[in-house]
Structure formats: C-alpha cells, structure tokens
Design a protein around this ligand. Structure first.
Ligand SMILES: C=Cc1c(C(=O)O)[nH]c(=O)[nH]c1=O
Length: 310
C-alpha cells in the first residue's frame, strides 16, 4: 500500500494514524488499518485481562464531535502481544501498542512481556483513561505519573510514549513537562485523550444520551480541537527533545495542518475515523498535500512548530 503522498516531486511522509481505541480492538479492524492509507496503526489500550467494557449505548456522535464511555473494552494484552509477534514488520507502516494497566503492577506485567518479546513495535502507555468507574486517571495525579514513569521507563529501555489527558492550566503544563523531562527514553507524548466526564443530554426525552456513569463520558472531535492544539503546542514548547503526536478534532487536512503548525510530528484520528472509516486516511493525506502545495511547503518540517504569535 502506498503510504506516502507525493507532491511537487517530493514524497511526503504519511503523518496520519488511528487514535488508540478506534478501529483497533480486533484483528479484522487492525488489518483494515494495515490496508488503509494510514501511515501507522495503534492497538486498543490493553489491560491484563480481557474486558467487556461499559454497557451500551456507550458511544455517540454529537453535532460538534462525540461522547463516549467505552470502559476499556479489549481482548487482554496477550491478544495484542500475539498480534505484535505475528505482525509483518517488513512493511514500512509502524505498529504502536497501547497499554492501559488498571494498576502499576498490571502495567509492569504487560510491559515486561512486551520487552521480553523484543519486538519493533512502539509502546504508548495510556495515562488517561477517564471511563473506568472508580479509577481516577493517572494523568491528573502528577506524583503517581512520576512514580509510574520511574518504574516503567527503565523497564522499557527503548523509546516509548505516553497518552496524556488534556490539561487546562499553564502550571500543569509546566509540572507535567518537568516530570516527562526526567525520562530520556520517553520519546513522545500523545496529546490529547478525550476531555473526561462530559455530559450529553437529549432535550426531548430529558435523558442522558449514553448509559454508563449516569451519562458522563469523554468528549472528542471538533469541540476539543482548540484544547488539543494548546496541549500539543504547550508540550512542544517545553520539551524540545521529545516528539508530540497530536490528536483531537482532526476532521480534515486543515486541522491536521494546525496540529503540525502547533508542533505535532504525527496526527491521530479518532471521532472522524469512527464516523468515516479507514477511507478517511486517503482523504486526509490528499487534503494536507493540497494545503501544503497551496502554501508553498514541500515538507512537514517546513512548517512544523512554526506557529506565529502576535
Ligand atoms: C483506554 C480507555 C479510554 C477510553 C475507554 O475505553 O473508555 N475512552 C477514552 O476516551 N480514552 C481512553 O483512554
């Protein structure tokens, strides 16, 4: 599959792939991602044991994005470890593995298994699942996040990344960046996960739209674009030695361009992939290439992080 887009004689890298959780829980979905025009693929966040997740309805598109409270449904980490062991790494499309332990002990067990397998896939440790009833997300407990990284980074040894929740306070950008800076093999940050615990209500029936947690769920899509751009840029500015993967509100080449301008080196697609399917990647590559041609940029590096301020 041609995973790069050619434009004005240069060959562009393909910066797009799925956000963990979308089109990636089962092997057939992952195969569709392999065959799509994405530049990479990532698996659904895995826990030690398989999980059914929350009761449905648990995902719904909204006028400005989506609300979801899936509850970490996944096949268990050994399913994704088997998938990673059998993956054809000779392809030029990288495989990322998302892990979301319900405890640090669980994360250690999963990380140790992947490290022992010594595979070319890249780990994205999820610090930000907002939908497991009774579990506060690690990303908002900075001491716990630091302790988790102090345990996991040395175990992983190789470059890895973390999936972060959105932050809304400059002091939090500073604190989280200071924690991340301590771990040299923490190579990338994926910003942002959904904005946790929003509430969508049906006006006619006066009822919450999704079933889990009295209707509280993660907000994604267009409504979180500007929060996502801020988080991408905040960590891009604070962590020059690390890469930022941007996710949140990308529905066309335009939002992808903005994420890259803010500093993103790659762009994940969640809600728009959920709604449009893997065909979205061919459209996004084409639209980004057209935008770059119109603006006179030949490579991503011609504009990545070049956000101007007034
Ligand atoms: C991995 C669990 C996550 C879920 C979930 O499975 O409910 N939803 C999100 O918006 N983000 C997550 O990180």
């Amino acid at each position: 599959v041609d995973i790069s887009t050619s434009i004005s004689g240069t060959t562009l890298p393909n910066v797009f792939f799925n956000a963990s959780g979308v089109w990636c829980q089962h092997e057939d979905e992952l195969q569709a991602m392999v065959e799509s025009h994405s530049g990479a693929l990532i698996t659904k966040s895995a826990t030690l044991a398989p999980r059914q997740g929350n009761p449905s309805p648990r995902y719904l598109p909204l006028p400005l994005g989506s609300i979801s409270s899936m509850g970490l449904p996944n096949e268990g980490y050994e399913y994704y470890l088997r998938y990673a062991c059998s993956f054809n790494y000779s392809r030029t499309k990288p495989l990322f593995i998302s892990l979301s332990g319900l405890s640090l002990g669980d994360s250690v067990k999963m990380v140790e298994a992947f490290v022992a397998a010594d595979l070319p896939c890249m780990l994205e440790i999820n610090f930000s699942c907002p939908n497991v009833p009774g579990k506060p997300q690690l990303g908002y407990d900075f001491e716990a996040m630091d302790a988790a990284l102090a345990t996991l980074a040395p175990l992983i040894k190789k470059p890895f990344g973390i999936k972060l929740p959105p932050f809304f306070d400059i002091a939090h950008f500073d604190l989280v960046a200071a924690v991340c800076q301590k771990y040299s093999n923490l190579a990338f940050l994926t910003c942002v996960n959904s904005i946790g615990n929003g509430l969508a209500i049906d006006f006619e029936t006066e009822t919450a739209l999704i079933k889990p947690k009295d209707g509280y769920g993660g907000l994604s899509g267009a409504m979180i674009l500007n929060t996502a751009l801020a988080n991408v840029n905040a960590f891009y500015r604070r962590l020059p030695d690390k890469q930022i993967i941007g996710v949140g509100g990308v529905a066309s080449g335009k939002e992808a361009f903005l994420h890259i301008l803010a500093g993103a080196s790659a762009v994940q697609i969640g809600t728009q992939l959920m709604e449009e399917g893997p065909a979205v990647f061919e459209r996004l590559n084409k639209e980004l290439a057209e935008i770059m041609a119109a603006k006179g940029y030949n490579t991503i590096e011609d504009f990545r992080g070049r956000l101007k301020t007034l």
